[in-house]
Ligand binder design. Structure first.
Ligand SMILES: [Zn+2]
Length: 141
């Protein structure tokens, strides 16, 4: 049984890794495209040579005097991205759950009580746009 290339960062996915690289928030390992076990995001640099942890372990230190420069753990940013994505999924699930509860006949009072917010706040946040009185602004999401 072959496992996919193990990522050292929980929640890391290729789009998340690519987004970090595209935004210049992390550096790519020198061997990102060349080695199947490469972790892609660099965690250490030797001069201009950026390496991930896996490639750093494979690096021969014989005859190389360049001191390593540790980079900030890219996994910390991936963790933020994973939490952001989880929050967006939860917000979507909450909208659907409230809509389903309303469809089932539960009053705004019940929705508000569960969420520990006022009935008006629940309506402002979850009522379909058509239910908003003119001039009322929808909360930014
Ligand atoms: Zn690597």
């Amino acid at each position: 049984m072959t496992a996919p290339a193990a990522s050292p960062w929980p929640g890391a996915d290729p789009p998340g890794v690519k987004a970090l690289l595209a935004a210049g928030l992390a550096q790519a390992c020198r061997y990102a495209a060349a080695r199947p076990d490469c972790q892609v995001l660099a965690c250490v640099r030797y001069g201009q040579l950026a390496l991930c942890a896996a490639c750093d372990q494979r690096r021969s230190t014989l005859g190389k005097g360049t001191m390593p420069a540790r980079l900030p753990d890219p996994g910390a940013l991936l963790r933020i991205a994973a939490a952001r994505d989880a929050r967006e999924r939860a917000a979507s699930e909450l909208r659907h759950a409230v809509a389903a509860a309303r469809q089932a006949g539960h009053p705004w009072r019940a929705v508000a009580a569960i969420l520990a917010i006022s009935r008006q706040a629940a309506q402002q946040r979850f009522a379909p746009d058509t239910a908003h009185p003119p001039g009322e602004t929808k909360a930014h999401r």
